[in-house]
Design a protein around this ligand. Structure first.
Ligand code: DGJ
Length: 735
């Protein structure tokens, strides 16, 4: 092939990149403008500007990313003359030349050369799935390697999705040692990072840390990650206000080995990048092939973390979650796990189903242990047929009963796992992740199927398809209860075997897509021992999340509060259970109130509930159904912070601002309040209402009327009395 030299390529790009301004309206109808000066591209959304600068040597520099037209405020443009690459921060920070930032792209060519030298060859603007995009094309100056960066923009949400398409146009393999998705540079300054995570039963807890010179990384090496939600907020050091101030946020749409890196350079520039974590993996880019990285989402809010989550929630509901489910209210579910664990049978599940229906439940879910050989966690995984002892007539009679009660039917599966004590393992021991001459560690007595193998992928699609075709199943809860060890693939060519961690996720995504394609009516709940695998990549293919095995309402206040920074309440499933997580019970009403601030479910042994409890449960389920459109589709505002005081308050406002629901909870009445005193202020300053409208306000105390303006200034008093108490206020616009 003809290799172009740098000078020719620069001439080429100058010819291709004529100055242009393109204005596009995405699905929202809101315009985004891409303008192309001779030496830079500028993208403007509703409240942001993002620039990419063309260097004198044809490389691309990372330009400004921040508040609209803030280039002046932040001292930009800093590249008054077209810069020379090597002295600047790159838009695609690759290994090669003089590069100071954390590399996003590292390749090795067949002759052993490990450096890239890229120049821009052109750009394209257009529309992709209803949203405008800018594509910047780059080419190596010597080797047959092309890089296209896509920047798809959600203008009304100030969100930029970035990803790369890497193409080998030559005849020899190119090794990708690192291929991240996207990078941005923030204006020079001092920043804090806010992250969410913890561990099993402690998911999504907020932590804040100062970013100092060097790199801070949020990452997962395996397909499971309790420690972080792959999402971040970054804000100027010390800023604390929930609803004001600049906040940059982002997330990676990859359900496995991800890395989000925050690098402060010696000149105090913050580079944020994210993508697949290439630890213990790589990718052979074969001749003529391309590799597309997952999307890295970057966003900016000029109204604090509250504004960031408002944008993220709309992004998830309008652009990411599978349709049509994302637009249909999620059903109130009952899940049998805590009531019956492994000891289940048809008769007992029918008794539970009848009781659930009487409470107003709309979806009955049989959890673990319905399949052959599953009497405890030591056996059965892999043998996905109804257990002949527990369900001698198959699942049919139970499903028929559930349907006749007017409910949907759901079932638990854990398709990526196998017990050694199963027929599947006995017939295919080679299908599990393993490394020769090494012990295969079990966790919860289970091994992991090597989903990177196409035969395992096809097997998984086939049995799930059969299960869903032979039974009227509306919902699956997809669990994943252990993390990866010995991620080997004996017998496979070692180069491909090393791609396992990437191929696993790619194939897993194909399984989800195939199941959704063949069973379009299905709803899928994503669970990994609770919230161990929550990310926007999996939420492109699943509908909701089993948030945490920890159902203690006091702990849940924190878990739910953290979760809400990234993801909407519709996806956050909360069950009311009888579990005594801290050897204590809390009032049933309080448990319901906390669970209702998300996607309500019930998971207790409802056959043992008193008549009084059942009456309360029916009342709360009915109330939830009334409030559900506002909670599930509305905008969410966090009014009181449980990490600061023993209270939490959260408000939902419908997008047309006609309805609002306010929840307030406290664990302990006498702990210090956020103001440092023992304040028992019940006053909550509301958000998001129409200031000129009059709202009817309904609480346990009675009904009153108030103007939106007053409720958002003077606030609403919603008294709480006693430990573990909560209150709900329902607002409707009346004038
Ligand atoms: C872990 C999940 O988080 C639970 O809800 C339950 O489904 C169990 N697995 C079943 O084994």
């Amino acid at each position: 092939m003809k290799i172009l030299n740098v000078a020719t390529l620069i001439m080429l790009q100058v010819a291709v990149l004529v100055p242009a301004i393109a204005v596009f309206a995405g699905e929202s109808g809101e315009a985004v403008s891409f303008s192309r000066d001779p030496d830079r591209w500028t993208i403007n959304t509703r409240s942001t500007t993002h620039q990419i600068v063309l260097g004198r040597d044809g490389d691309l520099a990372a330009g400004y990313f921040g508040p609209l037209s803030g280039t002046r405020v932040f001292g930009y443009p800093e590249y008054d003359n077209p810069p020379v690459i090597g002295t600047i921060h790159r838009e695609i920070p690759y290994r090669g030349g003089f590069m100071e930032d954390d590399p996003l792209l590292e390749v090795v060519f067949a002759d052993g050369v490990r450096e890239l030298e890229l120049v821009c060859t052109g750009h394209e603007t257009g529309e992709l799935d209803g949203c405008p995009y800018l594509r910047l094309d780059m080419k190596d100056t010597h080797y047959p390697f092309n890089v296209s960066e896509y920047i798809r923009v959600i203008p009304e949400l100030d969100i930029y999705e970035k990803w790369l398409v890497l193409s080998n146009t030559g005849a020899e393999d190119i090794l990708l040692e690192n291929a991240g998705s996207g990078s941005v540079q923030l204006p020079a300054g001092a920043y804090d990072l806010i992250q969410f995570g913890g561990g099993w039963g402690r998911e999504f807890l907020r932590q804040r840390t100062r970013l100092t010179i060097g790199t801070k990384t949020l990452s997962a090496r395996t397909m499971k990650s309790y420690e972080h939600l792959p999402f971040f907020l970054v804000r100027p050091m010390g800023d604390n206000d929930e609803m004001s101030g600049p906040v940059w946020f982002g997330a990676i749409a990859w359900s496995g080995n991800y890395s989000l890196d925050f690098y402060i350079s010696p000149n105090n520039r913050l580079q944020i990048k994210g993508g697949i974590n290439f630890w213990d993996t790589h990718w052979n880019l074969k001749a003529g092939e391309s590799f597309t990285t997952p999307k890295m989402v970057f966003g900016y809010s000029d109204n604090g973390p509250g504004g960031a989550s408002l944008r993220m929630h709309r992004y998830m509901l309008d652009y990411v979650l599978p349709q049509p489910n994302a637009s249909i209210p999620s059903k109130v579910l009952y899940n049998s796990w805590y009531a019956t664990t492994f000891n289940i049978n048809e008769k007992q599940q029918i008794v539970l189903a009848r009781q659930a229906a009487r409470l107003g439940v709309e979806l009955f879910v049989v959890d673990d242990a319905w399949f052959r050989g599953r009497n405890d966690d030591r056996g059965g995984l892999g043998d996905w047929e109804p257990d002949p002892v527990k369900f001698p007539r198959g699942l049919g009679p139970l499903i028929k009963e559930v349907k006749s009660l007017g409910m949907d039917f759901g079932i638990w599966v854990e398709p990526e796992m196998v017990n050694a004590n199963s027929d599947l393992y006995r017939s295919h021991p080679e299908w599990v992740l393993q490394t020769q001459h090494r012990r295969a560690h079990e966790h919860r007595n289970q091994l992991i199927l090597n989903m990177a193998r196409d035969d395992v992928k096809e097997f998984t699609i086939a049995w799930l398809d059969r299960l869903l075709s032979e039974n009227e199943i509306d919902f699956i809860k997809w669990d994943m209860n252990r993390s990866v060890s010995e991620a080997g693939w004996p017998g496979e060519n070692p180069a491909t075997a090393r791609e396992l961690r990437i191929r696993y996720v790619q194939n897993l995504r194909e399984v989800f897509a195939a199941i959704r394609g063949r069973h379009p009516g299905i709803t899928i709940e994503n669970c990994a021992g609770g919230g161990g695998r929550v990310n926007i990549g999996l939420l492109e293919l699943t509908d909701q999340v089993w948030t945490s095995d920890n159902t203690d309402p006091g702990d849940r206040m924190h878990i739910q509060y953290g979760y809400s920074h990234a993801l909407p309440a519709k996806t956050m499933v909360n069950w009311v259970t009888d579990e005594e997580w801290h050897n204590k019970t809390t009032p049933l009403k309080f448990r319901f109130q906390v669970a209702m601030a998300g996607n309500l479910g019930i998971g207790g042994d409802i056959t043992s509930w008193s008549e009084e409890d059942k009456a309360l449960a029916s009342e709360m389920v009915a109330l939830y159904k009334d409030l559900r459109p506002t909670i599930q589709f509305g905008d969410q505002y966090r009014l009181r912070d449980p990490f600061e005081e023993s209270r939490m308050a959260v408000q939902f406002v419908s997008r047309d601002r006609k309805s609002s629901v306010l929840f307030t909870f406290q664990t302990l009445e006498t702990l210090p309040g956020a103001d440092g005193g023992y304040s028992l202020s019940d006053r909550l300053v509301l958000q998001g209402l129409d200031p000129d409208a009059v709202y009817r306000v309904k609480t346990d105390q009675g009904v009153s009327k108030a103007r939106g303006e007053f409720l958002m200034a003077g606030g609403l008093s919603l008294p709480l009395r006693g430990n573990y108490s909560g209150a709900i206020a329902v607002l409707e616009m009346v004038e």
